[in-house]
Design a protein around this ligand. Structure first.
Ligand code: F6R
Length: 364
């Protein structure tokens, strides 16, 4: 049931602190400050390359994972959307691991990609939310998310749980590769353990986001900008808005703006900038200022320090808890979900059953 929430989507957004904690619990050994996969005897040390394949929101979780795996484990990562991957005759070398990511575990293109990789001699890991699904059954290494049933067509809690699992996976791979000493592992576990509380902190901004929905609801086009592991969050924010409010939205890597999309900027295109404090903050803010210099109306999502440093001149700001850059993609999912939700409600669309969309895409 929806409980006291108006839509399943809102209920599921609010479940995130609990289901992410639940998911992390099965991957973190808190007392020992260790990250552990549910199947410890799977030898990650021999993996030389990772290929991630998924669709839609699950694909964006995979994009974030690429940053983590390459940064922590120094293992090269290829990533593709399943519908492209399966028809392009991808080259798969020995010692490769394919990771499929799927809420349903039934998406036709992703399943076909899994079977292609199997035939090419790859090991298969599956990050799935439905433990009885076809992908779960066909994988060598099952990495379940514990989000519980997701009813709203727009994926929310499955996404943040996928990120939790993928962060734990990246840490495990890094350890297996000898790239994570005990101290670094302890730090990582600490940051990951802070995610549920930070998700709660992010939800506390719900009403303010509802109050700013009118800034977006009347727009024809909306841009989302981010860098590094927050670039996929810009793509995810744009997808959520498109799906449930039917407003045209695009996500861009902030540094790509000047290579074309900046031509779109005028005072009618709201630009949502995701810029948590961290090594990429200044770079993102300078892209944001280029937008503002052309009359662009910016909504900045950052933490208190970021909003203090760069919030001036924005039409609105959204203040997230200050978190380690590792978990920022998880936390920044919340404001982009809530913004899409409140804009859709303001426009009166069918939030849980958007037109033309199905929850599980079992035909290609
Ligand atoms: C977005 C959304 C879709 C799914 C995609 C993959 O809100 O729901 O983009 O993420 O269809 O579905 P799964 O994860 O079940 O393979």
């Amino acid at each position: 049931s929806k409980g006291n929430h108006r839509h399943y989507m809102l209920k599921e957004i609010y479940e995130q602190p609990v289901v992410v904690a639940q998911t992390l619990k099965s991957y973190l050994q808190r007392m020992e400050d260790r990250v552990s996969l549910p199947i410890p005897d799977f030898d990650l040390g021999t993996i030389r390359r990772v290929t991630i394949v998924a669709c839609g929101t699950s694909y964006y979780a995979g994009m974030v994972a690429k940053y983590w795996i390459e940064q922590f484990a120094r293992v090269p990562v290829d990533i593709d959307v399943a519908s492209e991957f399966r028809y392009r005759a991808p080259v798969m070398e020995d010692g490769g691991l394919m990771i499929v990511i799927s809420q349903s575990g039934e998406t036709a293109d992703t399943l076909a990609a899994l079977r292609y990789a199997r035939a090419e001699g790859q090991k298969i890991a599956a990050v799935v939310n439905v433990p009885t699904s076809t992908m779960a059954r066909e994988a060598d290494l099952l990495l379940p998310t514990h989000a519980g049933p997701e009813i709203g067509v727009a994926s929310t809690k499955a996404f943040t749980c996928q990120l939790a699992v993928l962060a734990a996976f990246a840490a495990n791979l890094a350890r297996a590769k000898g790239r994570l000493d005990a101290k670094a592992e302890k730090e990582l576990v600490r940051h990951l353990s802070e995610a549920p509380a930070a998700l709660n902190g992010a939800l506390a901004y719900d009403e303010s986001i509802e109050d700013m929905a009118h800034l977006v609801a009347g727009a024809r086009d909306v841009l989302y900008l981010g860098r590094g592991p927050d670039y996929p969050l810009a793509l995810e924010g744009a997808l959520k808005l498109k799906e449930i409010s039917y407003i045209h939205a695009e996500g861009y890597a902030a540094g790509e703006m000047k290579h074309g999309p900046i031509a779109l900027i005028d005072d009618k295109v709201p630009v949502i900038v995701l810029a948590p404090s961290g090594p990429l903050f200044e770079k993102t803010v300078s892209n944001m200022q280029e937008v503002q210099a052309r009359g662009g109306k910016v909504i900045l999502i950052s933490d208190y320090d970021g909003v203090q440093a760069a919030g001036e001149g924005c039409i609105a700001t959204i203040t997230m808890p200050k978190v380690h850059p590792l978990i920022a993609p998880m936390i920044y999912a919340v404001p982009v979900q809530l913004l899409a939700y409140h804009v859709a409600v303001a426009k009166g669309t069918d939030v849980d059953q958007p037109r033309n969309l199905a929850k599980s895409v079992t035909v290609e």
